[in-house]
Design a protein around this ligand. Structure first.
Ligand SMILES: Cc1cc2nc3c(=O)[nH]c(=O)nc-3n(C[C@H](O)[C@H](O)[C@H](O)COP(=O)(O)OP(=O)(O)OC[C@H]3O[C@@H](n4cnc5c(N)ncnc54)[C@H](O)[C@@H]3O)c2cc1C
Length: 597
């Protein structure tokens, strides 16, 4: 039987309000509506919706999946998905964090993230349908013309249309400079778009009567490579100047993919044949506009990893308390029972605590990323905005890659807690593990996040974001010098912060001799960064818990989880540091044609 999902509201509120001080931040940024009472009420209602409407559909989404009708090119979503979307729209969830002037509720992004986490934990495949509407909204808000905002934004915000992100083509995924989809100017201000995109999430479905595709394509005079890419908005149904829906555009779903997980999410091949589209932003500057969308989407995919980890952990914890096997090595802990529950065994505790530490630290990490988006968009203090922007750019690849890789790790630990019962379908654990796998791949693979961090955020931007993060660690350590509750954590945290800086300089120096040094260090550098960042958030959580009105049990659990993290997970940085320090030689010296020698 698939276990249920319970939104972790206590820890979500703790991360938001106690650790990140969200209430004061919201007030300072001018979010008059985002009072503690309102946010609490929103989270309660979000929990009700995700627990009772979305979570029960998770299994059927996996077993039935989406189906494709070749004759019509239509996609039918799993039973219940369409009705759940109608409830989502009806509940106003679609426009929760969108601007009021376009029909949204104007709440901060930091309030949108717990909702996102709950949706993904409850039903990741379903969550992929509304996901890209948010990215499309952001791209249009920042780069769209007045007419485009007027005609498209209201529908994306109220959920009556959904959005997609059409980048990938059969021969190009990571390397978008290779894309071939063409755009030619029409006599009016529109363009004709032709080409084939693959792997398009929510490219076709039965939720809404229109779908808004944001498509990357090349104009005839485009320079070669990534400098020649433009972004277009291409609706499934044509749009008249006054915004009325016209006949169908030249957009057709040619197939859906059969895949390892997220069976309930439609992954579509979309063919554009002289489809009418509109240029967003300037010609050849499409990647810039797409990056607006991708950054939002990258944080969102990080939260997918977090949501799945948490759901899997909840199931594993429940099971580990109930499943009776063997006696504790140090003598029976429940002598009245025929055997002890498996949670007494050190190895099971290792798996559970690893999940708990990565999830709780990861939650603060992900929510912090979203709170930076609010500061970048709403702060009136220029210095604060500049710092937040550098920090956001720096933490985005860390959030995306770490939370998703930890999502894979945690869903596997949780499955392992079930023994063989985790491998069979009944408990839903194998679905969570399969669903988690995609998160490390789409929106840029882990390797590409690492390259973004090391190449762009460290090398090109001279580590501006890293300096802000190191400053946060320094301030925390100074402010808490006399705080006994965090005393065990301060020295290791300072030591790791120093090492972070030293490693960064070493790689930068080596890279001046050979740029491959960047790629050789990138993956380990990203995880070194992620584990140090998590140590910081773990220590800050302990301090915040002590200062809060949380229960004694909660405070003790935070402290002991942090102890476990510092003792048993933070040492992973030793391996990463050693790998970084070894440089590129052993990685790059084997000749390509000797790999099978
Ligand atoms: C279920 C699903 C949904 C998706 N949804 C969408 C969507 O909505 N819209 C969309 O446009 N796309 C979507 N994608 C596509 C997805 O974003 C790409 O699959 C992904 O970006 C990787 O591209 P690729 O598969 O072509 O792999 P490739 O680019 O061929 O990469 C293969 C391997 O090489 C590595 N690699 C490539 N270049 C480098 C480099 N320079 N340095 C280091 N390593 C490198 C990669 O990390 C990877 O491990 C989806 C894919 C799937 C499977």
């Amino acid at each position: 039987m698939t276990a249920t999902y319970k939104a972790p509201l206590t820890d979500m509120r703790f991360a938001l309000f106690d650790v990140l001080g969200a209430e004061a931040v919201f007030a300072r940024l001018g979010f008059a509506e985002a009072t503690r009472d309102i946010v609490d009420a929103v989270l309660e209602e979000a929990a009700r919706f995700t627990e009772t409407v979305l979570a029960p559909l998770n299994r059927i989404g996996d077993t039935v999946g989406c189906s494709y009708d070749k004759a019509s090119g239509g996609v039918t979503t799993p039973p219940g998905f369409k009705q759940a979307y109608a409830q989502y729209v009806e509940g106003g969830w679609s426009g929760l964090v969108s601007p009021v002037e376009f029909g949204g509720q104007g709440l901060p992004h930091a309030v949108g993230v717990p909702l996102k986490e709950m949706i993904d934990a409850a039903n990741l495949a379903w969550g992929n349908f509304p996901l890209l509407s948010h990215g499309a909204t952001e791209a249009l808000l920042q780069h769209g013309s007045d007419w485009q905002r007027e005609v498209f934004l209201g529908h994306l915000v109220d959920g009556s249309w959904t959005g997609t992100m059409c980048l990938t083509e059969p021969h190009c995924g990571t390397d978008l400079g290779l894309l071939k989809t063409r755009a030619t100017a029409n006599a009016d201000d529109s363009y004709s778009i032709s080409g084939s995109k693959i792997f398009i999430t929510a490219g076709e479905h039965d939720f809404t009567d229109n779908i808004v595709h944001l498509v990357l394509a090349r104009l005839p005079d485009a320079p070669a490579g990534s400098k020649g890419i433009s972004m277009f908005i291409v609706p499934k149904m044509r749009i008249a100047r006054d915004g009325r829906l016209g006949e169908s555009n030249g957009v057709r779903c040619g197939a859906i993919e059969h895949k390892m997980g997220i069976h309930g999410s439609a992954t579509c091949a979309i063919n554009f044949e002289d489809a009418q589209g509109y240029l967003i932003g300037e010609p050849h500057k499409g990647l810039l506009a797409m990056f607006t969308m991708m950054n939002t989407a990258r944080l969102a995919v990080g939260l997918q990893g977090l949501g799945l980890s948490d759901r899997a952990y909840q199931h594993a914890l429940r099971y580990s308390r109930e499943r009776l096997q063997m006696r504790s090595l140090s003598g029976p802990k429940f002598p009245e029972k025929p055997a002890d529950p498996i949670i007494v065994h050190p190895d099971v505790r290792r798996m559970l605590l690893t999940c708990k530490a990565l999830i709780e630290g990861g939650r603060v990490m992900g929510y912090h990323g979203a709170s930076l988006v609010d500061i970048v968009e709403h702060s009136e203090d220029v210095d604060e905005r500049v710092q937040a922007e550098a920090l956001l750019g720096f933490v985005t690849p860390i959030v995306k890659a770490c939370l998703t890789e930890w999502g894979v790790e945690c869903t596997y630990h949780a499955l392992q807690c079930f023994g063989g019962h985790g491998y069979i379908a009944d408990h839903g654990m194998e679905q969570l593990a399969r669903d988690a796998r995609i998160t490390t791949l789409y929106e840029g693979t882990t390797g590409i996040q690492a390259l973004d961090l090391m190449g762009r955020k460290i090398m090109q931007q001279q580590g501006a974001g890293l300096r802000v993060f190191l400053g946060m660690i320094e301030t925390f350590c100074n402010d808490n010098a006399g705080n006994e509750s965090v005393a065990p954590f301060l020295a290791p945290l300072r030591q790791k912060a120093d090492q972070w800086q030293t490693l960064t300089m070493q790689v930068a120096q080596r890279a001046s001799g050979n740029a491959d040094e960047i790629g050789a260090a990138a993956y380990d550098y990203l995880f070194f960064s992620g584990y140090v960042a998590l140590a910081y958030w773990g220590a800050r959580s302990v301090a915040a818990a002590e200062a809060s009105a949380q229960s004694e049990a909660f405070k003790t659990a935070k402290r002991q989880t942090a102890m476990f993290y510092f003792d048993r997970i933070l040492p992973r940085t030793l391996t990463h540091a050693a790998a970084i320090a070894s440089g590129m030689d052993s990685l790059m010296s084997l000749e390509t044609h000797h790999f099978d020698a």
